[in-house]
Design a protein around this ligand. Structure first.
Ligand SMILES: Cc1ncc(COP(=O)(O)O)c(C=O)c1O
Length: 457
């Protein structure tokens, strides 16, 4: 008889000793979630907000918060959220464009179930959030089509070509609810895994492509507010799809946001920001109507977090902490990353995407190379015909150095991008990150030298 595997685990990574973020014997740089030093603040914040909200319920005496809620989500929560996002984006967000969800993952599933053709096409970037790929695979009638990237950003020329082919070849089931034959799933701001942000000209062009081809662009906007520069964060793609534009055509961009990275993943609170035509379809959703909003009670507590400015103050603090972590991590990479590897410093979010050598690359440890060049005043060349497989390296590095990260192949639908690693600043304190990234760089250099012929030319 088939059995169910249900071991006693208290945390998502408990079953996998190497990936267990709480394992003091190893450092796992994989995890895109806040660590306990940050989550500890949730205790006080949630307590204050809960007390505040429960008092209000008592005063009102109807106890609506313990009743079914309205389909789009608690009105006052959407109102406060719209004000909060308007302040933080530096761009207006309207309450009526918001539908509350249990987080971006849930938002994605709602979109797949509700407005996308059941035999539609899901375009994804060559590397993308790997668990979104798992979500897509559960819709076997939908085709997943990867789009190449250039400099870690989607190649829009390639996208237009592939889009035209797919559109021509398909016979898609659409109706007044399933209004899109295809969607492009993307993370335009502080991308997971590449850390890059889609430049404004590409944002404009992507919106034009979406309108011209009647597709929906679904943006996972879970990192947007973690911006480490001055002023407002980069504009979210949604704001480029301007309703006053003569070419608007009803709205083609959806912003899928959540508090997972800026408060706590466990509270499962998120929102979809969408055009009226998409919001109206959601409002007729049997699941949302039957359930009476998906997270009504939590939305009440979040309303108080927003009204009391608790979330806002915490976000300011969080940005400072993450900014410092990123700075520490990048300064180690600048000093210690082997010269044949590279990375682009992200402006926000959690992730740093390391390019490992692919094919014929000249490689040597940067500082050592400089010193030798200076001493001998000569041009030594270390020809390394190297192709480093991130998965093999990480397996070796875990064993030898007790540091791990995610190899690029895990983000690729086609199993490509083997020569990349993703590091996350989400979980560990800066001291832990600094030591682990130093070790990783040292390991990388040793691995490259060990696996390749280093000859003088
Ligand atoms: C791009 C992206 N989308 C969605 C999620 C999950 O978000 P949520 O916790 O809001 O479901 C993550 C978390 O790692 C992510 O990186």
């Amino acid at each position: 008889m088939e059995t169910i595997d249900d071991p006693y685990l208290r945390h998502l990574f408990d079953g996998e000793p190497v990936f267990n973020v709480y394992n003091k014997q190893a450092t796992n740089l994989s995890v895109g979630a806040p660590g306990p030093d940050l989550l500890q603040h949730c205790v006080g914040m949630i307590k204050k907000a809960t007390d505040h909200r429960l008092e209000a319920e008592k005063k009102e005496g109807k106890y609506y918060l313990f009743q079914y809620g309205i389909t789009a989500g608690l009105w006052e929560c959407r109102e406060e959220l719209a004000k909060f996002l308007t302040r933080r984006y530096g761009d207006p967000v309207k309450r009526e464009n918001l539908i509350l969800t249990c987080g971006a993952s849930h938002g994605l599933q709602l979109l797949l179930n509700t407005v996308l053709s059941p035999n539609g096409v899901i375009f994804v970037e060559e590397v993308t959030y790997m668990i979104a790929l798992d979500a897509f695979k559960q819709f076997p009638l939908m085709r997943i089509v990867p789009i190449p990237m250039k400099n870690d950003i989607v190649d829009l020329n390639a996208f237009e070509k592939v889009l035209a082919e797919e559109k021509q070849n398909g016979n898609f089931l659409t109706n007044e609810q399933k209004i899109f034959w295809a969607m492009f799933y993307t993370i335009p701001t502080f991308h997971n895994p590449t850390g890059t942000t889609l430049p404004p000209a590409s944002c404009k062009r992507l919106v034009e492509i979406a309108r011209r081809n009647s597709i929906m662009v679904v943006c996972d906007d879970v990192y947007n507010l973690l911006y480490y520069g001055d002023g407002f964060p980069p504009r979210r793609l949604f704001s480029y799809d301007d309703p006053t534009d003569p070419e608007y055509k009803g709205g083609h961009v959806v912003s899928n946001g959540s508090l997972s990275k800026i408060l706590s993943p466990a509270i499962r609170f998120g929102w979809i920001e969408c055009s009226p035509r998409v919001a109206n379809i959601f409002k007729t959703s049997g699941i949302l109507r039957s359930g009476g909003a998906v997270n009504h009670y939590v939305s009440g507590v979040v309303t108080s977090l927003l009204q009391l400015n608790i979330q806002e103050n915490y976000l300011d603090k969080l940005i400072q902490i993450y900014k410092e972590r990123l700075s520490v991590l990048c300064s180690v990479l600048d000093r210690c990353l082997p010269q044949c590897c590279s990375y682009q410093r992200p402006e926000g979010g959690y992730f740093v995407w390391i390019h490992l050598p692919l094919g014929n690359t000249i490689c040597f440890h940067r500082r050592l190379f400089d010193v030798i060049t200076e001493i001998y005043n000569t041009k030594w060349k270390f020809n390394l015909f190297i192709d480093i497989n991130g998965s093999d390296f990480i397996k070796w590095c875990q064993k030898e150095y007790k540091v791990s990260a995610i190899p690029g192949i895990q983000f690729s639908y086609l199993g490509r991008s083997h020569n990349f690693l993703r590091l996350s600043i989400g979980f560990h304190r800066k001291e832990v990150l600094e030591a682990a990234v130093k070790t990783l760089c040292k390991a990388l250099l040793e691995y490259i030298n060990k696996n390749n012929d280093c000859t003088k030319s």
